[in-house]
Write a protein that binds this ligand. Structure first.
Ligand code: UDP
Ligand code: MN
Length: 290
């Protein structure tokens, strides 16, 4: 391992990097810190040697971070990007939801669209050679270390309703190489006068990396596939299960009955007790195999 470069100013780490590779997630409030706890436990169970690194802002209190420290995560304190007031206003929750309404699912009240852009700080983690970013609302169900060798920028399709979604990427899982040069180029493109990224970091990344590499859909299996495209479900192939839209820890959300088996699985990882054998889980109702 070559000598790692120090982290740029504005980022402070709980400990040095222990690997040249990291799974990275982002948490800006206690809800997503809880999400990251289930995620971190799931990653640990895959037997990876890579760091599990959590970017967190001042919006997360020490108590919410404690379970992540206990699991051995590397915590990196930072703040939201220093974007202009006009940019922040355009991407504030009320404004964004009014100008680019979500018609296919519902975002939880604790989700702030502006906070999503903080994912770009992954490119500042220059003490890693390769990173796999994973949203805090996801679980890793088997070892996916091979993703570290995929090129920048790799992501899976935003597939959850129809096959035409294959053209779009979902930014809940991606492979990238930290670089301060890339980071500063990104900031220049991001915050231009009148720039409006209707699906925040996802729209931005798709635009910034027009030649993105496609990962298999199983590397970011979106929970709505369970009921919209059940024939695609194959437990043994899923690397990452991603709870897009409603979160598994939101009680009684609009999809909670339909998604009960996936919600139960998430709670098993959060608690760390009785995690089932993934290969024995039943397929979704309505699937050919199920
Ligand atoms: N996030 C966060 N705080 C927020 C919004 C987002 O920490 O207020 C982070 C968190 O890692 C989350 C990711 O950004 O998983 C993207 O948001 P989310 O997963 O809710 O979006 P979805 O997958 O539903 O599109
Ligand atoms: Mn997500």
């Amino acid at each position: 391992m070559s000598t790692p470069s120090p982290l740029p100013s504005g980022l402070s780490a709980s400990r040095p990097a222990a690997s040249h590779r990291a799974y990275v997630t982002l948490v800006t409030n206690a809800d997503y810190a809880m999400g990251a706890t289930a995620l971190a436990r799931s990653i640990l169970l895959t037997g990876t040697q890579a760091d599990i690194t959590v970017l967190h802002t001042g919006g997360v209190d020490a108590a919410a971070l404690e379970p992540l420290s206990a699991l051995g995560c590397r915590l990196i304190r930072t703040e939201l990007l220093d974007t202009s007031d006009a940019f922040n206003e355009r991407h504030a929750r009320g404004k964004l939801h009014a100008n680019a309404p979500f018609t296919k699912g519902r975002k939880p009240a604790f989700h702030s669209p502006l906070d999503n852009f903080c994912k770009l700080r992954l490119w500042q983690l220059t003490d890693y050679e390769s990173c796999v970013f994973i949203d805090a609302d996801a679980l890793v169900l088997r070892n996916i270390d091979k993703l570290f060798d995929y090129p920048e920028f790799s992501a899976a399709p935003n597939l959850y309703e129809t096959l035409k979604d294959f053209h779009r990427l979902n930014s809940g899982v991606f492979v990238a190489r930290p670089s301060v040069t890339t980071f500063s180029t990104m900031l220049g493109v991001l915050d231009q006068p009148d720039a409006f990224w209707r699906r925040t970091d996802q729209t931005f990344l798709e635009t910034f990396f027009p030649d993105w590499h496609g990962l298999p859909v199983f590397m970011n299996m979106l929970q709505y596939v369970w009921f919209n495209l059940p024939d695609l479900w194959e437990w043994n192939q899923i690397g990452v299960l991603h709870y897009q839209y409603e979160k598994p820890w939101e009680e009684g959300h609009p999809r909670s009955v339909q998604l009960k088996p996936l919600i139960d699985l998430w709670h098993a990882y959060l608690d760390g007790k009785s995690i089932p054998d993934i290969s024995l889980l039943p397929n979704p109702p309505g699937s050919k195999a199920g």
